[in-house]
Structures are given as C-alpha cells and as structure tokens.
Ligand binder design. Structure first.
Ligand SMILES: Nc1ncnc2c1ncn2[C@@H]1O[C@H](COP(=O)(O)OP(=O)(O)OP(=O)(O)O)[C@@H](O)[C@H]1O
Length: 271
C-alpha cells in the first residue's frame, strides 16, 4: 500500500513541471515621500506573473502607498516625491514615455470598499468599455457577460442586469467591481483589502475567485488578515515602517520566517 501511495505522489510531482513565469513588476531601490514623510524606504521586490502576492504589515507601514504606486495613483496626492524605479514588464513606470493611461488599462485596481457607479449592473461594465472606445453593441454585451462570469457573479445578476448596482449586497458589489476591472482585460489586478468590508461568506467567495483568477492574472493584494494571506497567496511581503522586512514564499513566511520581526507580527505579538 505504502509503495502505491509513494508512486502516486512521485507521479504527481513529475507531472508538475516547473512553470516559467516572467517578472511582471520589478521594484528597484524605490523611495516615496509625502512632503517630508518618508513612507517607502528602499523597496526592492520582484513579482512574477500569474502569482498572488500578499502585502502584509501593521497599520501605517506603507502597504497601500506601495500598491498605489504600482499604478501611479499616488500621482494624485500633492507633494509626493519618488526615487528609484518600478519596472512593469521591463519599462520604468516613472519614465516620461510611460503614459499613465496605458498603465491603468494594464493594471486594474479593486478598493477596500466596493465602489460601483450609480448606474445599472450592465452599465457598470459597459460604461468603461465605451470610454475605451468600444462601440460595437454585440461586443459590449458579450464582454459584460464574460466579465460577470469570470467574476463568479453572472448567475446572481443575469436576470437583473438593468437594475441599479446599489441593490446588490456588499459582496456582490465587490465582485461587480472585480468584473468591471476584468472587462478591460488587465494584466495585473491590485487589490487593497478587498474583503475587509465583507461578511465571511462573501469573503470566501472573493477568495475563491482570486484563486481562479490567478490562472490568468497577476494579483497583488494588501490584507490585514493573516489567514487570508496564508490561504490565497503564493508570495508574501512583510512591510514595517516603510521597509520590506522579508519577502518569500508564503509557506516560508508563515512557517519559517528568517526575521524575528516577521515572526512577531504573524504570531500577533504586535500590529
Ligand atoms: N496622502 C497622504 N499624505 C500624507 N501622508 C500619507 C498619505 N497617505 C498615507 N500617508 C502616510 O504614509 C504612511 C503609510 O500609509 P499607508 O496608507 O500606505 O499605510 P498602510 O500600511 O496601508 O496602513 P493601513 O493598514 O492602516 O491602511 C502613514 O504614515 C500615513 O500616515
């Protein structure tokens, strides 16, 4: 019996040929200041495509700042200064010839609180497509359905597509917002605490969705929830006071961290 079990395990390992993954984001010596406040300090991180990367750390350590830098949303804050480089697919997003509109089309973002437009469920998705120049009605209908299916909400809304998005539950609104991002076929999805406003059942649905989406997308998620990070991510970066203390496979971070500060944080000694 034992031998059979061993052979089965061995076969499984052989079947899992190593997957070649390209680097999607490479952050090099990146610093960010809000006025005089040094919020990101010498960040170096490489993130691979089709992986889920969790960003964890105590309040105020720079998690949101970091992911808002990845799509240059921090540009909207007055008196922000950056140094170093963040390369998206090999191109520095801070360089003048990298247009922010292009970056935001390739990199979608989902926020802590679901933020649907005050429009119908259908229009929440169709609107963005039209803004991006898609006029063909058939294509718009197809893309709306495809995105809602991808975001695992189609069955719940297919009979009420023209009702207001505000009539959906919080968890459904969040999946609608994910569908809205997916409609533009992004390469990367940034998620800033996407389940913190949701109940446990909706949280589980969004977590399952993230697991499905990583087959196709690279996902970077900020979370305060240690169990969530350990359940859904492949890599984890632990931030503290604007620095990356440790970045590794999620299994290693949660089972065998190198730095005592990581261990103290994940075991709840602070934060
Ligand atoms: N617009 C801003 N102007 C000035 N300082 C800011 C701004 N946004 C954030 N900060 C400061 O930068 C630091 C990092 O903030 P950030 O929001 O990135 O932390 P965080 O780890 O995401 O925190 P939380 O878990 O509480 O959301 C904090 O000291 C914060 O006060």
């Amino acid at each position: 019996m034992a031998l059979v079990a061993f052979k089965t395990k061995e076969k499984k390992i052989n079947e899992q040929a190593p997957v070649e993954r390209q680097t999607v984001y490479s952050t090099k010596k990146c610093n960010l200041w809000y006025g005089n406040h040094h919020a990101l300090k010498n960040i170096n991180l490489d993130m691979k495509e089709r992986e889920v990367t969790a960003i964890i750390g105590p309040s105020g350590c720079g998690k949101s700042t970091y992911i808002k830098t990845l799509n240059r949303m921090v540009d909207l804050v007055p008196n922000v200064k950056t140094s170093g480089a963040i390369e998206y697919r090999g191109r520095n997003i801070f360089s003048k010839d990298f247009h922010v509109e292009e970056l935001r089309t390739r990199v979608g973002m989902v926020f802590q609180k679901p933020n649907p437009f005050p429009k119908s469920i259908f229009e929440n998705i169709a609107f963005g497509l039209r803004i991006h120049g898609i006029k063909n009605k058939k294509l718009i209908h197809e893309t709306v359905e495809k995105s809602l299916r991808q975001a695992a909400i189609w069955d719940e809304v297919k009979d009420r597509l023209h009702d207001s998005a505000y009539g959906l539950s919080g968890g459904q609104q969040q999946r609608l917002c994910i569908a809205r991002s997916l409609a533009l076929e992004p390469d990367v999805l940034l998620m800033d605490e996407p389940t913190s406003a949701l109940d446990p059942v909706s949280t589980l649905k969004v977590e399952e969705l993230i697991q499905d989406l990583k087959e196709k997308y690279s996902i970077i998620i900020v979370t305060h929830n240690m169990q969530q990070a350990s359940r859904i991510s492949d890599k984890t970066a632990f931030f503290l006071n604007g620095e990356v203390v440790e970045y590794d496979d999620t299994y290693t971070i949660f089972n065998n961290p190198r730095d005592h500060r990581t261990e103290d944080y994940i075991t709840g000694r602070f934060g």
